[in-house]
Design a binder for this molecule. Sequence first.
Ligand SMILES: Cc1cc2nc3c(=O)[nH]c(=O)nc-3n(C[C@H](O)[C@H](O)[C@H](O)COP(=O)(O)OP(=O)(O)OC[C@H]3O[C@@H](n4cnc5c(N)ncnc54)[C@H](O)[C@@H]3O)c2cc1C
Length: 451
Amino acid sequence: MAFGKMGAAMDLMSKMDMSKISELAKKVDLNELIGLVSSLDESTLNSMMKMAKSKGRKKDLPAVNGDFFNITETLTDNQRKIQAEVRAFMEAEVEPIINQYWSRDEFPQQLIPKFKKLNLIRHIFNEDGSRKEDASIVEGIATMELARIDVSTATFFGVHAGLALVSIALCGSDEQKARWIPAMINMDLIGAFGLTEPEVGSGVAGGLRTTCKRDGDDWILNGEKYWIGNSTFADIIVIWAREEESNEVKGFVVEKENPGFSVEKIMGKIALRCVENGHITLKDCRVKEADRLQKADSFRNTADVLRLTRAGVAWQGVGAAMGAYEKALAYAQSRKQFGKPIAGFQLVQNHLVLMLGDVTAMQQMCLRLSRMQAKGEMRDEHASLAKVFTAARCREVVARGREVFGGKGILLDQHIARMFCDTEAIYSYEGTNEINTLVVGRAVTGLSSFV
Ligand SMILES: Cc1cc2nc3c(=O)[nH]c(=O)nc-3n(C[C@H](O)[C@H](O)[C@H](O)COP(=O)(O)OP(=O)(O)OC[C@H]3O[C@@H](n4cnc5c(N)ncnc54)[C@H](O)[C@@H]3O)c2cc1C
């Protein structure tokens, strides 16, 4: 028996690295250690071995990617190429400078020549203002990529290439389209869209106070417009006004040099501070009949423009949420507390998974919306539901993202604070959450809550 034990011990010792044992003996009482370890059960010992083996080995963390269900794979090669170009542009040209401009309430003008080089609008519109076959998908994916880094930049683009350009494309004569659209596609002319007024926001459909009156070959515009994005520097501003005589809404392309036109920048916003929103005053502002949008005869035409652009705002929510998720995940992987990355804590993982679920649902909804739009199947309530859903989800995602950053989440240089603030604007413009809810409510119940 004793010989048996001795034999086993000799066998064990022949396999052991004696230099390591003597190192260990310097650190702990070997007898005590062996006593303790031998009293443990097998499963505890196995987990201890696993832990000890993994310690010190640098684990490769998964790549940060907010496209969990791989929507990119469902795109065509050309759409993927455009997506990659917009992503590279935003990461290289916008992200490094945007916080500085955001804190100054200023749009970075140097981005305009860079946007020209990117040539994004050419992938969406033809020179005559008609849309490319896959315009809705390209516009959606591109907007997601713009907003993934910065919602102000996405809004600058959406106002120019969406609201302003689409107004002319849908409501302009052939001559007017030829005059303005190619220059807008090239971004030689920058556009703005003036519908909202200081006293009239959600109720624009029936209540515009800005008036227009025919005077020979001219029209005379009087009134005020509020919140008008890009209007402090835009070359042309689409102004919607109610004709005094007929009470119908008409659209005009007003140049910033028009007599009677003036604009003041709205200061002190807590969201989208790089979008220059203006308070426009029109005082006996003279506009030529040739500059009146020839196919805009009533608010129905204005609504057609808004229907087309609302999908774009839904995509802004997707992009902002995707950006916030990616920023939060990257931070959680690198930030250590209690000796390990905070991404390893269950409550932080809960934040990240809830964020990712929202982002993924938003992506699927908007991609389907854009595909319906491309086939001409999208109705007002479809765009409104997407806007309601994505704006609300985005608001929650950015708030969770901010939380993952702890105190640093309120610092501009981490980017998440800017996203957190900017999301508040997505929630309220292009139809507030309530108004879009009522549009969907009317469609599904068959009963309108509007007066
Ligand atoms: C950053 C930013 C950029 C913008 N850019 C532009 C632009 O470029 N061009 C432009 O024309 N406009 C622009 N807007 C204006 C925007 O479209 C309006 O802010 C929006 O339509 C809401 O109008 P309001 O702010 O006057 O709110 P209000 O209409 O005064 O609404 C105030 C509150 O009352 C609620 N409410 C109103 N009516 C109802 C109802 N019937 N039932 C239930 N609730 C109701 C609203 O949902 C909201 O919560 C911009 C706004 C912002 C914030």
